[in-house]
Ligand binder design. Sequence first.
Ligand code: DGL
Length: 275
Amino acid sequence: MSDAPIGIFDSGVGGLSVWRQVVHHLPAESVVYLADQAHVPYGQRCASEIQHYCSAIAEQLLQLGCKAIVVACNTASAIALEPLRCAFPSVPILGLEPAVKPAVELTRSGVVGVMATPATFQGELYRATVGRWAGDVRVVEQVCIGLADLVEQGELEGERCDAVLRGFLQPMLQAGADTVVLGCTHYPFVIEAIRRLGGPSLAVLDPAPAVARHLGEVLGREGVLRAAAPDQRGDRHRFFTTGDAHRFDRAVARLVGASCRSEQLAWHNGQLRRA
Ligand code: DGL
């Protein structure tokens, strides 16, 4: 079982920001990454739709023999994490939530900003996280419609990207935020631009390294962590997309520097099939 792969999924390329941390922290592991690009972005879809996609994807990852699943999407985690854990109790399922706790610990101005999709802000998970950790720190929510699309399109820099980011940063900075949480896995791919536009006094938090460390702890506890050995690198990573496989291969190379030949999946009557 410890030789089985870890499954990671997202609506698109965003979860690759988690993939690269998992591969970095757990180099002996093999990973199956699934991008549901046929339906990206998830952020403005309704909860029942997102739940349906997530459960079909989890089923597919289990059929591929995954020993654990990481929902590398804040939106999908906000909506579907608990239903997935109930539906698939045989494997650990980890999700992403905006890193409000570390932001609250870090802020000196007493104001933190959270950048995320509309669906993430509407989810129970986000409300619970803020309720639990914010205390007397003010949390400024910034809905970032269109930002995940820019990352999907590979537009990570340039005037249009800067203008979009400025529009999102300005209200948080004006409110006095000195710490900004990236509450969507697509956003770490524009973290350099956010840092440049936000200035040197703005701390920008990407939760992916903490998620990768937590995954290692969970696998260890479950007794399914693959022992690290220099000759045993998990180099058989597999990639699947419900979108255009060639386009996705180019995005993987550009975003995380990995060369891959992704495999095609297609939706048929609400279920995923190998194309
Ligand atoms: N990567 C997803 C997240 O973390 C969102 C992008 C989307 O809207 O599909 O929320």
